[in-house]
Design a protein around this ligand. Structure first.
Ligand code: ZN
Ligand code: ZN
Ligand code: FE
Length: 765
């Protein structure tokens, strides 16, 4: 039977080869009709055999082009009109823009084949791309997405590229960044002052310099990387010296998955993640025989290493003729500020770090760092969500507010979030917002989101912390403000991802967040839904001399915990043995601060408990980078995968709150250490103990409330060991467990939670 149907598709469906895909599909199935882009997405009418139309709709849903993400698909029957062919018709720009801008994706296999084919006219063209691959979010100035509104507007297409662009049968049909060696951007290699270096081929010259042990700044999709030969110990040391980065691990890029498997332990799921078109950095265990190809200085004192595969044509070309099979590829910045992305800025900021610059004249409109992921508790998870993923949205529950909300996040690992029509769009990673460059990136990201989504927010959500720059910014916007408690927002991010309202038991472990009593929270058990929360338990509070500054000195927190566990007198004796890095003078200052209660806030932080454990295990007494001690403690635990021991700790109740006694767990570590138990074993036991006590706390809360769903979030759940332990134990005890898989569990995901809470509160108001 002949039917006609109108099919409307929404999501990431423009600039991703959707219309040529539809055109080809309709022709294969013998369907007539037409397709066009409109402001809401792609609109299609098809006419033909019943079964063909059914197959057509299934294919749209199940096998769309690789860069497309179908969020909604609606099909209605119409009267057949008896067309004779299928065509692509002129786009309309009526209505409000509702299209999602695509993230940037790695060069596709078709383009890669052309890149390497000496007979192809794009052989060796460093800017090859098509409708299925290449830059998007980073080059877009405005919507709707077409070339005139990207940084490719500066390059006029040559007639040949123009013909491909206009041909619906060509895989570059309406690929807005289409170009070739004739008409596209140009590669150059320069000295640190921006003066071109005379050579036959900038790529060869770059490779020659990498082989010689030089450090290169390389312009990629979302910004600059600093690169050097990972096997060259001297080069890696020099990069550390210039970057003033003593210990923080560098990520590496390997020529292939096969090579990656010699660097890290890579299971099937991790391999798929590495090869995904988003090409994140994936954190994996180091290969036991990781020898010559990666110098120890790349990721010192760490059981894990971050690996990524080449994703721009430039990366592939670098590896094509170079002997190093593994390159260090670290963000082109000085410390935790955001990545450099403009040529002039790069020379200014990286001029003293790099020996030469491999550069080109295509502007990067929006900088994006590499995304960082890991596989934990059976699923890929974000540690940093940026290139390849931003600004793909999360769908919020439908009955939430119709008002558009801007959520500004917290302070470290900044990321803003803007809602539109029930979708929450999260910006790229912005860095630590106490850096000026990151703060500028924050403003630009908010402005970009508003412009791309064509939204003027009606309300703003922020953290409760009165001194965060983001909070002050939110309060200065003359919009209604919804201030959301930090840990409530973490748990709400999990609820928002899952499309749930709660109530749930929320376990939020992180370094620090402002509590509603003004104290430093960070080990919280909440009973909460999207609208509100009640604090029902916490890690037992301890004084934190120096407040925020304590995060830099795990040895100090270790000493505080010794005092809690053994009393002041014995603590002094134990500290002399177990915390050799802490001078007697420093201990006296701490004693004094605690006695007088000066600059000594009360803290329930899980992150600080990890710091104390790491210090007392003798692993790390100073955090030179964010969360160094907890990461090293986790790394040590991973060397003892079969260790199931734990330290018993009895829960108690104070003022209506369940207290999880961190000090008792610390006492277990100390007793072990004094009897010569290896640090790594203690590290594993510490993780097991915290997981166990947290699960017991959840059971106690279930007994009181009848709730049996637990949501886990907060930066500490970047810890794969803790996450897997708690997830497993909770499920064993009959809980349903919700975790972050769409945004990071840390503060990079918190703006989503803020937006979800604000949406719910405003819809109730
Ligand atoms: Zn391609
Ligand atoms: Zn061309
Ligand atoms: Fe947090």
């Amino acid at each position: 039977m002949i039917r006609r149907a109108r099919v409307e598709v929404q999501g990431v469906v423009q600039g991703v080869g959707f219309r040529p895909f539809v055109y080809g599909l309709a022709n294969r199935l013998g369907l007539v009709g037409h397709v066009f882009n409109d402001a809401a997405g792609v609109s299609i009418e098809v006419e033909g055999e019943d079964s063909s139309i059914e197959a057509f709709v299934h294919a749209l849903r199940d096998i769309p082009p690789p860069m497309a993400r179908v969020q909604a698909l609606r099909s209605v029957d119409m009267e057949p009109v008896g067309e004779t062919r299928f065509s692509i018709v002129e786009s309309t720009t009526r209505g409000t823009a509702r299209v999602v801008v695509s993230p940037d994706l790695a060069v596709c296999p078709d383009c890669l084949a052309e890149l390497q084919d000496p007979k192809n006219r794009r052989h060796g063209h460093a800017f090859i791309n098509c409708t299925n691959c290449g830059p998007r979010y980073t080059i877009i100035e405005n919507v709707p997405y077409d070339r005139a509104r990207t940084t490719m507007a500066e390059f006029d297409m040559c007639p040949q590229c123009g013909a491909e662009y206009a041909d619906p049968g060509n895989r570059r049909f309406h690929a807005e960044a289409t170009c070739c060696p004739e008409c596209g951007p140009r590669l150059d290699i320069t000295d640190p002052h921006g003066r071109s270096i005379a050579c036959d081929d900038p790529m060869r010259e770059a490779v020659r310099r990498l082989e010689a042990g030089q450090i290169l700044a390389i312009k990629g999709i979302g910004g600059f990387h600093l690169a050097c030969d990972a096997s060259n110990k001297r080069a890696v040391q020099e990069l550390r010296r210039r970057k003033r980065r003593d210990l923080k691990p560098f990520a590496v890029m390997t020529v292939s998955l096969a090579e990656a498997m010699r660097v890290g332990v890579i299971a099937a799921e991790t391999g798929r993640l590495l090869e995904s078109p988003e090409r994140p950095i994936v954190l994996v265990r180091k290969h036991p025989r990781l020898g010559e190809q990666v110098a120890g200085e790349v990721a010192p004192r760490n059981a894990r290493i971050g690996i990524m595969l080449p994703y721009t044509p430039i990366h592939h070309m670098l590896f094509a003729d170079s002997t190093p099979r593994v390159l260090v590829m670290t963000s082109g910045n000085a410390s935790d500020e955001s990545i450099a992305h403009e040529n002039d800025d790069a020379y200014k900021r990286l001029g003293e770090l790099a020996d030469a610059f491999l550069i080109h004249d295509r502007r990067i409109r929006t900088r994006t760092d590499d995304s960082v992921m890991q596989v934990a508790a059976g699923a890929p998870r974000y540690l940093r969500r940026s290139r390849g993923h931003a600004p793909f949205p999360v769908t919020l529950n439908r009955d939430t507010s119709a008002q558009e909300i801007l959520a500004v996040g917290a302070e470290l690992n900044g990321a803003a979030c803007l809602t539109r029509a029930g979708q929450a769009y999260i910006s790229h990673h912005l860095g630590d917002l106490d850096h000026l460059a990151a703060w500028e990136a924050f403003h630009q990201a908010v402005e970009t989101l508003c412009r791309m989504l064509d939204v003027i927010p009606a309300a703003v959500a922020c953290d409760l912390h009165p001194a965060y720059a983001t909070t002050r910014h939110a309060r200065g916007l003359s919009l209604p403000v919804v201030a959301v408690q930090h840990h409530h927002a973490h748990i709400a991010s999990v609820l928002a991802e899952a499309g749930r309202d709660g109530p749930v038991i929320g376990v939020s472990f992180d370094g620090y967040g402002w509590g509603d009593d003004g104290n430093a929270w960070g080990g919280e058990f909440l009973v909460c839904d999207l609208a509100d929360y009640r604090r029902v338990g916490c890690i037992a509070p301890v004084p934190l001399p120096g407040g925020d500054a304590a995060a830099k000195r795990p040895a100090r927190t270790g000493y505080v915990m010794l005092r809690e566990a053994f009393g002041a007198e014995e603590a002094a004796l134990l500290a002399a043995r177990l915390l050799p890095g802490l001078a007697a003078e420093e201990r006296r200052v701490i004693d004094d601060m605690i006695k007088k209660g000066v600059n000594c806030p009360s803290s329930t932080s899980a992150g600080r408990l990890f710091d104390a454990a790491a210090a007392l295990c003798g692993l790390c007494d100073a955090n030179l980078y964010h969360a160094q001690a907890p990461m090293e403690l986790e790394g040590a635990a991973w060397t003892q995968e079969n260790e199931h021991g734990y330290y018993a700790a009895e829960l108690s109740e104070r003022g209506g709150l369940i207290h999880l006694p961190g000090a008792e767990i610390i006492r277990g570590i100390v007793n072990d250490r004094l009897t010569g138990v290896p640090a790594a074993v203690c590290a594993a036991r510490f993780h097991n103990s915290l997981a166990r006590s947290a699960v017991e706390t959840c059971i106690a809360i279930r007994n009181n409330t009848g709730l049996s769903t637990v949501a886990l979030s907060g930066g500490v759940f970047a810890n794969a060991w803790l996450l897997e332990q708690m997830n497993g134990m909770l499920e064993e005890r009959g809980f349903e467990v919700l975790t972050n898989t769409v945004v990071p569990p840390g503060d990079g995901g918190i703006s989503l939670g803020q937006a979800a809470v604000a949406a719910r509160r405003l819809s109730c108001a």
